[in-house]
Design a binder for this molecule. Structure first.
Ligand SMILES: Nc1ncnc2c1ncn2[C@@H]1O[C@H](COP(=O)(O)OP(=O)(O)O)[C@@H](O)[C@H]1O
Ligand SMILES: [Mg+2]
Length: 236
């Protein structure tokens, strides 16, 4: 079943148009990676899907409903989850407080249950619940950002460059966690990446976005093995 369909999205900031007709779709439980050069508009696509930028043209359908004009919090209650590239945790709050904040619309009991469930996916966070998020390593912070987004039990999780600035080892751990979220929780996931090998290797499909437009879309293994795409967008 196709759960998300963004058709010919024209969007941007103020009057400046950044996306010139981008189309993206997602089947239930699919993992999709969007790659493309810096400035291509990848982050803007996620912000458009979340409702953080103005959509000038095009529409977004979620399970058949038009959600193009919904506010971000309304999309969250429909099942959208989002981990921005920066500022995805509150460094001065403890890990526990970060998780509680992520579920603030839920009852106390639900928050407790979801924190327990989350900590099974991210056991590393369990030993550090009272520590401030600012003391975590980059990879651990990314895990906390994802755990926090999972507090609303989103059907769709959107991750903006989860491996940015991480060491190869930390990045591998983050992608293992993402694969785990997909396998164990059966969520649909959209990942944006510049360094795309690891991300594509856990994905079903991928999109290449260039200058605010779709350049290519196809099976992830196709993108990983296409000589032209590799040379142009995957560093050869
Ligand atoms: N808040 C903003 N206000 C105005 N322009 C922005 C803003 N954020 C990004 N842009 C512009 O939008 C374009 C695409 O940016 P972005 O979506 O962040 O690309 P990517 O994530 O692919 O690197 C860039 O030219 C960038 O300068
Ligand atoms: Mg970006």
């Amino acid at each position: 079943m196709r759960i998300l369909e963004a058709n010919d999205i024209v969007a941007g900031y103020g009057k400046s148009e950044i996306l010139h007709g981008v189309s993206i779709h997602l089947e239930a439980k699919e993992v999709v990676t969007i790659i493309g050069p810096n400035g291509a508009g990848k982050s803007t696509v996620l912000k458009a899907l979340m409702g953080y930028v103005s959509i000038f043209k095009g529409d977004i359908k979620w399970k058949g409903d038009d959600v193009t004009r919904l506010k971000p919090h309304e999309r969250v209650s429909r099942g959208f989850g989002y981990v921005p590239q920066l500022g995805n945790v509150f460094p001065s709050l403890s890990i526990l407080e970060n998780l509680q904040m992520g579920g603030f619309t839920q009852s106390k009991k639900t928050i407790r249950e979801r924190i327990d469930k989350n900590l099974q996916l991210f056991p590393m966070l369990k030993q550090k619940l009272s520590k401030k998020a600012g003391t975590l390593s980059g990879g651990q912070r990314q895990m906390l950002g994802m755990a926090r987004a999972l507090m609303t039990e989103p059907e769709l999780l959107m991750l903006d460059e989860p491996s940015a600035g991480l060491s190869p080892k930390a990045s591998e751990e983050v992608f293992l966690a993402i694969a785990d979220i997909h396998d164990r929780l059966e969520r649909s996931i959209i990942i944006i990446e510049q360094d795309a090998y690891q991300s594509l290797s856990i994905s079903d499909r991928g999109y290449v976005l260039v200058m605010g437009q779709n350049e290519f879309e196809g099976r992830a293994e196709r993108i990983l093995t296409d000589q032209k795409i590799k040379e142009a967008y995957l560093g050869g």
